[in-house]
Design a protein around this ligand. Structure first.
Ligand SMILES: [Zn+2]
Length: 122
């Protein structure tokens, strides 16, 4: 199925093809604070349709995962996973026309993922 979405202000727009059978919640310190509800999308089926220059990058701890958010409205858009760089997690609440309540939510254990000693573990 074809999906499109935007951040809150509309500066960033994206599109992807995927069959969404579930959404994911993670309990790591970052996902917990941004209250992230995410769809899993293969990176090669996702594209930024508008506003790539508006995206800001946030990296923390190991620095492997790439967290993108809109520099204007601050909304988290997507991130490239640490566990599998070929997969993106996309903010389900930014996906147009998606009834997030209709999909089962799988909880993943991000809190116990290893963190790098000496780096900030927030
Ligand atoms: Zn925005």
């Amino acid at each position: 199925m074809h999906y499109t979405g935007t951040c809150h202000c509309g500066a960033v727009a994206f599109a992807f093809e995927a069959e969404l059978n579930e959404l994911v919640r993670c309990d790591c310190s970052l996902c917990a604070k941004r209250n992230a509800l995410m769809a899993t999308v293969p990176k090669d089926r996702f594209r930024i349709a508008r506003g790539e220059q508006a995206l800001r990058l946030y990296r923390w701890n190991s620095g492997v995962a790439l967290h993108y958010f809109c520099g204007t409205c601050g909304i988290y858009v997507c991130h490239q996973r640490r566990s599998n760089p070929a997969l993106l997690s996309v903010n389900a609440c930014c996906i147009g026309g998606l009834d997030a309540e209709s999909l089962p939510v799988r909880r993943v254990d991000g809190r116990s993922m290893s963190t790098v000693a000496g780096q900030t573990k927030l």
